[in-house]
Design a protein around this ligand. Structure first.
Ligand SMILES: NC(=O)c1ccc[n+]([C@@H]2O[C@H](COP(=O)([O-])OP(=O)(O)OC[C@H]3O[C@@H](n4cnc5c(N)ncnc54)[C@H](O)[C@@H]3O)[C@@H](O)[C@H]2O)c1
Length: 316
């Protein structure tokens, strides 16, 4: 059966998904919606799809089997609700929203409808993350250091608090998600953030958090968007006799045998799209971050962001 897909948003990440999806058998990208109609037309043209200015017209105009929601954090809410009303399976890009209330409301609607969902925490599909998890099964992590030291992405919504929710919610959320996979749930913590007069937009441009996990492990997570290019983006773990440094591209393992670096062999964007399509077809369930699971990561990211803004305790 050919799966007909609608894509909402026609920016960078929508392009990644459309290129993956339009290369797969028995998948048709039927329509792309973006208020920037120039972008909608270019992306739709790449996939032989129809272009729409508004997602409502896409939902009304096409018979769809699933919807990919690739909008900025501030634009979540109504589109997911309309998809749930129509019983459409949803792939949603992270973060779920700028705030927690929107994501909690949508999670309640999605859960009640019992629809297949997936959220774009694509690091979960890295073969190198799987390897890290296997290594840590024999020597659980005692410490984690997450860092996202980067430049501010050059999209108009990113450096505005109301647009993105800030760097912790928008970017460092990947680090919290990986830490939840490799170390487990966070119990408590503390965070601080700050903003320099010449920082981008109105968001905190440096943020750091110290967290305690239920396992007894401890962690620090730091982010900044003040740099001209990416400096350090990944998660470092310390376990008895084992050190791990995981980035989106590589895993470096340090143990008694020395140090070795392993490149990823999986395209995690393709893997997450294939896994969700298999779930929509009812063939296989390898969706690693369905909406409810992603909500747990979002709760943590929002709690850290709030604590950083207030200079205080992470309220979970
Ligand atoms: N998983 C990842 O690693 C990853 C990577 C990049 C981006 N993202 C996420 O994807 C989202 C989009 O990021 P991007 O880099 O593609 O941004 P972008 O600015 O390049 O694209 C977003 C597009 O959405 C459109 N849009 C805004 N409101 C809309 C609405 N109501 N309906 C339809 N379209 C609307 C904008 O006009 C824009 O063209 C963000 O939440 C970002 O965090 C995830």
């Amino acid at each position: 059966m050919t799966i007909r897909i609608g894509v909402v948003g026609a920016g960078f990440i929508a392009g990644r998904h459309v290129d993956v999806l339009s290369g797969l058998d028995a998948v048709e990208v039927a329509g792309v919606a973006d208020p920037r109609t120039d972008r909608a037309e270019v992306l739709a043209g790449r996939a032989g799809a129809a272009a729409y200015a508004h997602w409502q017209d896409l939902l009304d105009g096409e018979r769809l089997d699933a919807l990919w929601v690739c909008v900025p954090p501030h634009a979540h809410g109504e589109v997911e609700e309309a998809a749930v009303d129509r019983g459409l399976p949803l792939f949603v890009e992270k973060p779920l929203a700028t705030d927690l209330a929107t994501a909690e409301r949508l999670a309640g609607r999605i859960d009640a409808a019992g629809l297949p969902t997936a959220v774009g925490y694509h690091w979960r599909y890295l073969d190198t993350l799987e390897l890290a998890r296997e290594l840590l099964a024999g020597a659980p992590a005692r410490m984690v250091l997450g860092a996202w030291l980067d430049r501010a992405p050059r999209v108009d919504w990113w450096a505005r608090q109301v647009g993105s929710g800030g760097q912790t919610v928008e970017q460092a959320t990947h680090l919290f998600d990986v830490a939840r996979v490799l170390v487990g749930e966070v119990e408590s913590g503390w965070a601080a953030g700050s903003r320099s007069p010449d920082g981008p937009g109105d968001i905190l441009d440096v943020c750091t958090a110290a967290l305690r996990f239920a396992s007894g492990a401890v962690g620090t997570f730091s982010s900044s968007c003040l740099l001209p290019r990416g400096l350090r983006i990944g998660v470092e773990l310390v376990a008895p006799g084992l050190g791990i440094w995981l980035t989106e591209h590589q895993l470096t393992v340090t143990d008694i045998d020395g140090e070795r670096t392993i490149d990823r062999e999986v395209d995690p964007f393709e893997a997450e799209d294939r896994a969700f399509l298999a779930a929509v077809r009812g063939e296989e369930d390898d969706v690693r971050a369905p909406y409810g699971e992603a909500l747990r990561t979002h709760r943590l990211a929002v709690a850290v962001a709030n604590a950083a803004a207030d200079g205080g305790t992470v309220q979970l």
